[in-house]
Design a binder for this molecule. Structure first.
Ligand code: KIV
Length: 266
């Protein structure tokens, strides 16, 4: 078992200590992130963009995710490992079960699925079979072609109401954690209050129970040169990557990150 478990994350929510999550795709960075105090290593399908150079996460396969999850597991020193099920890898219930098994067997402690209330059944069945699930709401990059781009979600009253209802339905179905991406800060605060499970934000303001960033973004590395508003470069002024990640963890824990300028309004 890792030092950080689901129980740890629930206690952190209850105590008000913020959870520091960071993406990670290999053993060396896993070790460095753990030594810097990161609680949760997210093997994100963002690897399709930052490692593989694609312009979206859609080309990433289950084999890619299993490979990088296994790499992260080898360098992990006690963090909880969360791994993304990639595009169309949970389109059917059978795929959700089989592909989650592949990631758990590669070393994940929890899997992440993007989507809303339609995920209730896969989440229920995975939880019943011993697989904790993090549900990803708001901007769901695997649906970029439906969303019409990487845009803030939940700005209209109807979509905000729907997101609140989806969050409650997914918690009810057995989700162990929620991740909100690019959601107005006020809405993310309401959802974080309304559910008992930990809520992690990225571009979702400071009132969620924790934060996540893509490691390359927070180290100031960008292939496209476009830096999202919610990103802060923690490498600036630091002499090592470990110091930059420690500064990120400290800023999440002391709540100096994210600042108001990193969030979105309705
Ligand atoms: O794939 C990923 O890195 C993610 C984060 C952007 C939250 O899902």
């Amino acid at each position: 078992m890792p030092d950080v478990t689901l129980t740890t994350l629930q206690s952190l929510k209850q105590s008000g200590e913020k959870i520091a999550m960071l993406t990670c795709y290999d053993a060396t960075f896993a070790q460095t992130a753990c030594q810097a105090g990161v609680d949760v290593l997210l093997v994100g399908d963002s690897l399709g963009m930052v490692l593989q150079g694609h312009d979206s996460t859609l080309p990433v396969s289950v084999a890619d995710m299993a490979y990088h999850t296994a790499c992260v597991k080898r360098g992990n020193q006690g963090a909880l490992i969360l791994a993304d099920l990639p595009f169309m890898a949970y389109a059917t219930l059978e795929q959700a079960l089989n592909n989650s098994a592949a990631l758990m067997q590669a070393g994940a402690h929890m899997v992440k699925l993007e989507g809303a209330a339609w995920l209730a059944e896969p989440i229920r069945q995975l939880a019943e079979r011993g697989v904790p699930v993090c549900a990803h709401l708001g901007l769901t990059p695997q649906a970029v072609n439906i969303l019409g781009g990487y845009k803030v979600q939940g700005r209209q009253e109807a979509s905000a109401r729907q997101m609140r209802a989806d969050a409650m339905a997914l918690e009810q179905a057995g989700a162990a954690m929620l991740l909100l991406e690019c959601v107005p800060s006020e809405l993310a605060a309401e959802i974080s209050q309304a559910v008992k499970i930990p809520v992690i934000g990225i571009g979702a303001g400071s009132a969620t129970d924790g934060q996540v960033l893509v490691m390359h973004d927070m180290l100031g590395l960008s292939l496209s040169g476009r830096v999202p508003k919610f990103v802060k470069n923690f490498m600036a002024g630091q002499s090592s990557i470990q110091n930059a990640i420690s500064a990120y963890v400290k800023a999440v824990k002391d709540q100096s990150f994210p600042a108001a300028e990193h969030g979105f309004s309705a």
